[in-house]
Design a protein around this ligand. Structure first.
Ligand SMILES: NC(=O)C1=CN([C@@H]2O[C@H](COP(=O)(O)OP(=O)(O)OC[C@H]3O[C@@H](n4cnc5c(N)ncnc54)[C@H](O)[C@@H]3O)[C@@H](O)[C@H]2O)C=CC1
Ligand SMILES: O=C(O)C(=O)Cc1ccc(O)cc1
Length: 308
């Protein structure tokens, strides 16, 4: 396979930016890389780790000579990062991003980079870790990557972005940004919000029950604490940027929770049983589709143990 790009520049050198750079090295030998992060401590660490061929001291410098720029910053920082790199952007360079929400990012990038070829992406792959040490080459393997091209996108540019993610081992699906935001609100954003809530609630209760919450924390609670350890800046930005879809899904969730609450109060065992049987079937369906990332070998045979 011929490499889809000659030179990939990555802005934001945390979990996602580091993983993109590792994946380029592992899967696209001969492709040049450059990187930039707004945090000088992260830049210094990226140099120590040798994350890219060059770690630049400005976004514009990192973008110079690149035919692909991948923005890997929190969604609330996409616009500022794009404005900073703009002076270094070659006219034929394609810009993509990895942001967890898409409609507001697409608008921000179109505004910051008028006339540029912007093809947004969202690799649905990550961990609760962050920072330049957290990335690994196999993060995207056997994972979905959702590409959300604007309606008038250049087909050849879309195909090149798709082949980048496929070279990293991802499975690509295309949809519009609004649909993406609705789907991810329920499959990813709401679960994170619930984890943040339950861990906060349990911690408040701990003040009453002393150390019992930790002592008796069974599997379920432990799983929530992993998710609730995710990066606060990143998730603050996701909720502020996908506000409408999250609020819509949260409304629906609250209604369904109230139904379960009512069934418990009324002693309606049949309602509870039927509901739990339905959700068990959903989980089993996920496993049959081969998307069970609880399996220890799932798509990450050689990573550095970032995900617990
Ligand atoms: N963490 C995860 O599991 C996943 C995250 N994403 C998305 O990937 C993006 C990055 O997330 P992570 O890599 O996890 O975060 P991270 O916190 O590990 O890395 C983000 C980096 O961006 C840098 N940064 C912030 N503003 C900047 C700016 N204006 N210019 C240059 N650098 C800047 C920060 O200093 C930081 O080093 C976010 O948009 C997030 O929604 C997507 C899929 C999974
Ligand atoms: O660690 C987990 O369980 C995740 O859910 C990772 C993740 C976080 C954000 C995304 O946009 C995609 C994947």
């Amino acid at each position: 396979m011929t490499a889809p790009f000659r030179h990939v520049a990555v802005i934001g050198l945390g979990l996602l930016g580091g993983s993109v750079l590792h994946a380029v090295r592992a899967n696209l030998p001969g492709t040049a890389t450059s990187g930039y992060d707004a945090d000088p401590v992260v830049r210094a660490r990226a140099r120590e780790l040798g994350l890219a061929d060059t770690i630049a001291d400005s976004a514009a410098q990192a973008a110079q000579g690149a035919d692909l720029v991948v923005l890997c910053v929190p969604v609330g920082a996409m616009e500022a990062a794009a404005r900073e790199l703009a002076p270094g952007l070659a006219p034929d360079c394609i810009v993509t991003d990895v942001g967890s929400s898409k409609a507001s990012v697409a608008r921000a990038l179109a505004e910051a980079l008028p006339g540029a070829c912007v093809i947004p992406s969202h690799p649905v792959a990550g961990t609760e870790q962050s920072g330049p040490d957290a990335g690994f080459a196999t993060l995207f393997r056997n994972r979905w990557c959702i590409v959300t091209p604007p309606a008038d996108a250049d087909a050849a540019a879309v195909a090149r972005v798709v082949s980048l993610w496929e070279a990293f081992g991802a499975m690509v699906e295309m949809m519009d940004a609004e649909h993406h935001d609705m789907v991810l609100a329920v499959t990813s954003h709401l679960p994170h919000l619930i984890a943040y809530t339950i861990v906060g609630t349990a911690s408040d209760l701990e003040k009453v029950t002393e150390s019992e919450v930790i002592k008796f924390s069974a599997g379920g609670f432990r799983d929530f604490t992993r998710i609730a350890a995710s990066d606060p800046t990143m998730w603050r930005d996701v909720f502020l940027n996908n506000r409408d879809a999250v609020l819509q899904m949260l409304q629906r969730f609250t209604e369904d929770l109230t139904e379960l609450q009512k069934a418990i109060r009324k002693g309606d065992g049949q309602f509870l049983f039927d509901h739990f049987a339905r959700t068990r079937a959903i989980r089993r369906g996920i496993i049959e589709m081969g998307q069970d990332d609880a399996r220890p070998d799932f798509g990450r045979s050689d990573h550095n143990g970032a995900k617990g």
